[in-house]
Design a protein around this ligand. Structure first.
Ligand code: HPA
Length: 236
């Protein structure tokens, strides 16, 4: 096992879906995978390996924020040989044209975190998605009839940030939404030469705070996003 994941090498597929919430990993395993086997429950960060449409895939929670996803993604890549990682999560809209329940494919992730700056103080090293996965996910989402935005997200360290106005100013420059994990995931993928993509549904809007969703609508959107994530995971 690695330091934070209690699986033996070989128990995790080389393709993994990464929701932030470990209970969503359980939901995905129970509702989408056949023969799902639990490989981790350390810290309640449930991870499963099973079969989706004949392909072996895994799903595991990452927790919230870049420090947490950095631990899990690094161990998955370095200790378990995972080659394709797709984050499926939620984000807050920063753009009046990006509405609650719509999908954002994070082509790039800006960040105010020091995680990347610490390594590259002289460079604005851009955090970008795998174009291969992005291209596949976009067409899969289109085929499912989902309203899909492709562009930049902001990955921030603080949910309760005092930089609300700056986030909105970035929204005016085309940043679609704010979330808390994509930049670190993309950086790890770049460091280790593997594929990563962030897929988010908009759960709330910082520009249209009146936009709301019912629990049922959130569940439907979530289920649709999982389909995009799983189909992209197994696409050739
Ligand atoms: N901020 C940061 N992360 C988020 C948000 C938000 O408003 N909504 C969903 N994830």
């Amino acid at each position: 096992m690695s330091i934070h994941i209690g699986a033996k090498v070989g128990e995790i597929a080389d393709k993994i879906l990464l929701p932030g919430d470990p209970l969503r990993a359980t939901f995905i395993a129970e509702n989408f995978l056949e023969d799902a086997v639990l490989f981790n429950e350390i810290r309640g960060m449930y991870g499963y390996t099973g079969i989706y449409k004949g392909e072996r895939v895994s799903v595991m929670g990452t927790g919230m924020g870049m420090p947490s996803i950095s631990i899990y993604a690094r161990e998955l890549i370095v200790d378990y040989g995972v080659k394709r990682l797709i984050r499926v999560g939620t984000a807050g809209s920063l753009n009046p044209d990006v509405h609650v329940r719509e999908l954002v494919l994070a082509q790039a992730a800006a960040t105010n975190s020091n995680i990347i700056r610490n390594d590259w103080p002289m460079y604005d090293f851009p955090q970008i998605a795998s174009f291969n996965l992005l291209d596949k996910a976009y067409h899969i989402a289109q085929d499912l009839g989902m309203k899909t935005h492709v562009g930049t997200v902001l990955s921030t360290d603080l949910f309760y940030s005092k930089f609300f106005e700056q986030h909105l100013a970035l929204g005016k420059m085309g940043v679609h939404a704010v979330e808390m994990e994509a930049a670190a995931l993309y950086y790890l993928a770049a460091q280790h030469g593997v594929e990563a993509l962030g897929i988010m549904t908009i759960s709330d809007s910082l520009v249209n705070p009146d936009e709301d969703t019912t629990a049922q609508e959130r569940q439907t959107t979530f289920t649709d996003m999982m389909k995009v994530g799983l189909e992209t995971l197994i696409a050739e």
